[in-house]
Design a protein. Structure first.
Length: 114
């Protein structure tokens, strides 16, 4: 693949190491047929990239299918959802915590009208 200097539009950063979801003109014709990226997720120029950029929020989970790449490593950006709850607690500054269930609400009683 020949690399040329180009402006990247509608880029959403997924990892601290530089994985993005962004517009890629080559995705218009090559997506699903040929690898035209160095690891980013390329979106078409038909408005798909702009719509994704305008709708995604920090913390949204992005699942990439059809790739033989490994899951994003914990600590490489927003990859902590790849941990089990037990692993999450092990890495937590608070350590293992317990949640106490609140007591059930008291039954609602009515008073007779005066």
């Amino acid at each position: 693949m020949t690399s040329t200097a180009a402006t990247t539009y509608w880029a959403v950063r997924l990892t601290t190491s530089g994985t993005y979801v962004h517009q890629n003109p080559q995705a218009d014709t090559e997506a699903g047929h040929r690898n035209v990226t160095h690891g980013c997720v390329g979106l078409a120029t038909d408005g798909t990239a702009k719509r994704f950029y305008n709708q995604v929020a920090v913390g949204d989970v992005v699942t990439v299918t059809g790739s033989d790449k490994a899951t994003v490593a914990v600590g490489n950006g927003y990859g902590d959802w790849n941990l089990s709850w037990k692993q999450w607690l092990e890495h937590s500054a608070a350590g293992q915590t317990t949640t106490v269930r609140p007591p059930p609400p008291r039954p609602y009683t009515t008073r007779p009208a005066p």
